[in-house]
Design a protein around this ligand. Structure first.
Ligand SMILES: O=C(CO)[C@@H](O)[C@H](O)COP(=O)(O)O
Length: 211
C-alpha cells in the first residue's frame, strides 16, 4: 500500500534488484479496517511483474469468502485476522489446503490466547504493531511484550511458525522486534517508502540492522 501506485512496476523492479524477500499486499474493505486498498486484479498485476513471494494480508470481514479468489492469483502466503471470522480454524485450514502458507493476524488489543487452538494450522502469526488501516502510524510499545510472549508460546510447538511484525517497522523498532523474536518484517513508509533515500538505499540500510 506504500508503493508509488502510479509507478508500481518501477518500484517493484527496483525492490527486486535491491533484494527484498517478499511483497506484503494490504487488502482492506472499509469495514474491518477503516480504509479501502488493493484487490485481486492488483495482486495479479504484481504477480505479472515479480517472481518474489506474495504475502496477502486480508484486513477484511468474512475472509473465508475470498480466500479462493486470492489463491487463484498464484500467491505464496495469505493472512487473515482472528477478529474477522468465527470460523478461524476452518479458514486457516482452507488456505493451507490450497498449498499456501496460512497466517493469522492479530490486532494490538487482541490476546494471544485466541490463537491457542489454531497453531496447528498456522504457518505465521502477524503481530499488528499499529491498528490496521493506514501507513505512517506509531508503533505501540506494548507489542514488544506480545512478540516475546508469542515467541515463547510457539517455541513449544514442533513446527516452524514465523512471527511477522507489521506497522511502523524501521530503524527505531526493528532492534526491539528482533530481540523479542520477530522473524518477518513488513517494511512500509517507516523503512523503505520515504523520500529520504531511494528504495534501493533504504532496503540496504534496513538490511544493516540485521547484521
Ligand atoms: O497495514 C499496515 C497498516 O494498516 C502496515 O502495513 C503499515 O502500517 C505500513 O507501514 P508503515 O507506514 O507503518 O511503516
Amino acid at each position: 500500500m506504500c508503493a508509488d501506485l502510479g509507478n508500481l512496476e518501477r518500484d517493484i523492479r527496483e525492490l527486486d534488484a535491491a533484494g527484498v524477500d517478499f511483497y506484503h499486499i494490504d487488502v482492506m474493505d472499509g469495514k474491518f479496517a477503516p480504509n479501502f486498498t488493493l484487490g485481486p486484479d492488483f495482486v495479479k498485476t504484481v504477480r505479472r511483474i515479480t517472481d518474489k513471494p506474495l504475502d496477502i494480508h486480508l484486513m477484511i470481514e468474512e475472509p473465508e469468502r475470498y480466500i479462493d479468489l486470492f489463491a487463484e492469483c498464484e500467491v505464496e502466503m495469505i493472512s487473515i485476522h482472528q477478529e474477522s471470522t468465527p470460523n478461524l480454524q476452518r479458514a486457516l485450514a482452507q488456505i493451507q489446503s490450497r498449498g499456501i502458507k496460512a497466517g493469522v493476524a492479530i490486532n494490538p488489543a487482541t490476546s494471544l490466547d485466541f490463537l491457542d487452538y489454531v497453531y496447528n494450522v498456522t504457518d505465521y502469526v502477524v503481530v499488528m504493531t499499529v491498528n490496521p488501516g493506514f501507513a505512517g502510524q506509531k508503533f505501540l510499545p506494548a507489542m514488544y511484550k506480545k512478540i516475546a510472549e508469542l515467541h515463547e508460546r510457539i517455541s513449544t510447538y514442533d513446527r516452524d511458525i514465523e512471527i511477522q511484525v507489521d506497522g511502523n517497522i524501521g530503524a527505531e523498532t526493528i532492534p526491539g522486534c528482533k530481540e523479542n523474536g520477530a522473524t518477518m518484517y513488513v517494511l512500509g513508509t517507516s523503512a523503505v517508502f520515504n523520500s529520504h533515500h531511494s528504495l534501493e538505499e533504504n532496503v540496504a540500510n534496513t538490511r544493516e540492522l540485521f547484521k
